[in-house]
Each structure stands twice: as C-alpha cells, then as structure tokens.
Ligand binder design. Structure first.
Ligand code: PMP
Length: 427
C-alpha cells in the first residue's frame, strides 16, 4: 500500500494544514525549514506535562522514574530510526537543542581536545596548524561556521569540495580534496538548497583511509530517506527533531560509541559529572550523559520519540516513494519560462526540496505572490550563501515537500509560479 492509498488519514493528522490562508486552502511547501506536527506528537508533549512531568535521572520518586523511562525510550526510538545502538552503556544518540547545537558541540569538543582536554584518547580529535578540515560549498551555515571557527582557533586550514553545475558535491574528487593532513570532513548528506543527495561512500572511504573523522549533516536526509548510520559508516551525524515531524528545541548527535567515549565534553554543569571537587578536576560521566549538561527539554524529547515512531510506522521506504512523486511534479518548475532550478533537474539522487530562480523577479516578490494564493514557500539564502554564490544569485525561492503533501499541491505551486513573470510584467 502506498502513502497515497491512505493519504487522507495521514493528512488529517495534521490539524494546522486544515485552514485557509488569504481565502485559499493552505498548501505548506516549507518543510525543509520546519515540518508540521501530527496530532500524536502534539498530544505526547501535553500528555507528558499532564501526567509524568519530572526531572530525569534524579530523585527517588515515582514520577522521576517514569520520566526517566520515557526519556530513555525516546532515545531508543531515535536510535532505531537511524540504526544506531541504544542498549544501556552502548548508547550512540546524544540529545541536544538542535542540529546547530550538535554541530557546535562537536566543533567545541574537537577544540577542547586540541587544548589537551580528554587526555590521550581524545588526541584523535585534536587539530593543529597544518591539519585540514574539509567541508563543501553546499553546506548550511550551521556546518560551515562552527568548523570554520574551529579551523581559526586551532590554526588548521579549511578546504572544501566544489559542486557541479547542478549543485552536486563532486564526491569523485575525494582522493585529491582529502589528504593525509585532513583530520575532519564535515559534509551535508542532502543539500538544504539543492536537494541533492551527496554520494557519501567515496568521501567516507577516503576520509577513513587517511584517519579523518566524518561528520554528516543529516538534517535534510533523516526526515525523507531511509538512513542507516552504521551502513554509511559515518563517525558523527547531526539533525533536528523539528524537521522530522517532532518539536522544536530538540536535536540529535549520533556518534560511534567508541568515539563518543573518547570525546571530551563541550558543555559543563549538572547531570554530566560523576565527581566534582573544589581543588581538582571533575570526573565526567560516560556518554551520552557527558554531553547532556543541564536540565533537558524532556517533554519535547519524549514527543520527538513519538515523531520517530510515527515515521517508522509509515515506513521510510514508503515516505521516500511518496516524496519522489512530489519531487517529479516540483521539477516541472524547470519547464516554466524564465525559471531555473538551483539543483539537479532530474529526480534521481535528490529529494523534494527544490530551490529556483525566477528571472527578473526578486524572491521576496515571488514569495508574496505565491503566498497570496495560500502557498507557503521559503525565500532568501536559506542559511547557505556559498551555494547561492555558486549559482550566481544572492537569494532564491525554495519549495520543499513532506509526506503530508499531495502531487496536486506541487502542481498548484508550478501553476502559480507560471503566473509570476506576467504579474510583474517581466518580458
Ligand atoms: N543543516 C541543514 C542542512 C539544515 O537544513 C538546517 C536547518 N535549516 C540546519 C543544518 C540547522 O538546523 P537547526 O536550525 O534545526 O539547528
């Protein structure tokens, strides 16, 4: 059974989609920015506050115990979604405040290792002058900036993969871009502007040949594709709950267990320390607690687990197949006169996140014109300025799909975009 066969029942689970915008039924095509949430996720958050709210991993009372169970069950659900370890003592998922927080946590921890923190085991993460950090021109600023800053702090050199004309990372240049000096490769799995799926395998292979750590930005892959971090063999991965039908304020850091065990902490405070003293250094807890300083957003984390379950219940293969159908409709934007797609023009090796330029019309004007018809798309640089520069534009329009979109909604967008240039009297 395809998603389309049960589309109405899926769609009805999203209360926000059942409304009129400027007198038209809402067509939400901005899920790459943030996805909408099914009723079960919204309900899980308030149900937590109604029935179990208490701090986790502390306190002898029953609510604290229930809260801890719900919190750790959520970790196991998230792990299952991406094929990570979840058994106690083997956990490979760390909760953070979002993908940006996960990436900053890593960059800070690598920086701390470079200062000698974490002892000999952490030296595998240390960077010094002469070392290289490799990213790509397709990165979101949340990858580019933490690792650019890390390079500046440690004296390492920042290098990057170039892109082809359609914005794909030139993965077959891995053997020249990644060298014996490369210590970290931080790369996007799916471009948030191009929608292109990076051919990760040759990059991971080459990085591991030279002993470099691979950090994957999985923000735009986990919600749309079946992703298996063990199979991809990446060392770390970061993504956010709010783009995968979960709440805001929660993100995830995946790390291979042996690496998490060697990684020094980045944030310090309560709940991450075994022993604290006035006159000597503290002894930190094992992962994941070592990286989860402070009170966690437990209600949101529990709801994020419900979102992961919700996705797994549909099945990622079915999600992929449904969104591929929408991608094919969205790519018809490229047939509209004056419209250029900033990403692969063919549906293979891409997702339904389609950025486009309308010749002679500013993206903000396009966005408003489309919005007047009840259709929500994103305009701007999508926190990815270098990739826009690659295409010779400062900003673009971006339509992005989710499993609750129908192919008809994509057609509606294409029809609306077809009217833009005439409306603005562009010749
Ligand atoms: N990377 C990519 C590819 C993204 O799309 C985003 C969100 N726009 C981020 C990183 C940052 O995620 P967040 O804002 O949820 O921290």
């Amino acid at each position: 059974m395809s998603v389309l066969d049960e589309f109405e029942s899926i769609r009805q689970q999203f209360p926000i989609l059942d409304q009129q915008i400027h007198g038209h039924p809402l067509v939400y095509l901005d899920s790459a920015a943030t996805s909408q949430k099914p009723e079960s996720v919204i309900e899980a958050e308030s149900e937590f506050y109604r029935t179990i709210n208490a701090g986790v991993h502390r306190g002898a009372h029953e609510l604290a115990a229930r809260s801890t169970v719900a919190f750790e069950e959520s970790r196991a659900k998230i792990a299952r979604l991406v094929n990570a370890n979840a058994q106690e003592g083997e956990e490979e998922i760390v909760f953070t405040a979002g993908a940006t927080a996960s990436l900053n946590l890593l960059a800070t921890a690598f920086g701390n290792a470079s200062l000698g923190q974490g002892g000999a085991a952490a030296q595998r993460f240390a960077l010094h002058a002469g070392d290289e950090i490799v990213v790509s021109k397709a990165e979101h600023h949340s990858v580019l900036l933490p690792f650019q800053e890390l390079a500046q702090r440690t004296g390492a050199t920042l290098k990057w993969f170039d892109l082809d004309d359609e914005g794909r990372v030139l993965a077959d240049t891995a053997s020249t871009v990644i060298t014996a000096q490369t210590k970290v490769v931080a790369i996007t799995h799916v471009g948030n502007t191009t929608g292109a799926i990076t051919n990760i395998a040759p990059i991971v292979k080459r990085a591991h040949e030279v002993g470099a750590i691979v950090v994957l930005d999985a923000c735009q892959s986990v919600p749309h594709l079946a992703v298996d971090f063990h199979a991809l063999d990446v060392d770390f991965a970061a993504w956010s709950a709010h783009k995968m039908y979960g709440p805001t304020g929660v993100g995830f850091l995946y790390g291979k267990r042996e690496l998490l065990e060697a990684l020094p902490p980045a944030n310090f405070g309560g709940s991450m320390v075994e022993l604290a003293f006035m006159d000597k250094p503290a002894q930190y807890m094992a992962p994941p607690a070592r990286f989860e300083a402070g009170t966690q957003p437990v209600a949101q984390i529990v709801a994020a687990g419900v979102a992961a379950d919700w996705l797994m219940n549909i099945g990622m293969e079915r999600v992929e197949a449904h969104e591929a159908m929408i991608t094919r409709e969205l790519l018809k934007l490229g047939e509209v006169e004056g419209v250029r797609i900033l990403g692969p023009n063919s549906p293979e090796q891409r997702i339904g996140t389609v950025a486009f330029d309308v010749a002679g019309v500013h993206p903000h004007d396009v966005g408003q014109f489309i919005d007047a018809q009840g259709i929500a798309i994103r305009v701007g640089h999508h926190c990815a300025q270098p990739v826009h520069r690659h295409f010779g534009v400062f900003a673009s329009n971006r339509a992005s799909s989710a499993v609750y979109n129908s192919p008809q909604e994509a057609q509606q967008l294409v029809d609306a975009v077809a009217g833009v240039r005439a409306f603005f009297r562009v010749k």
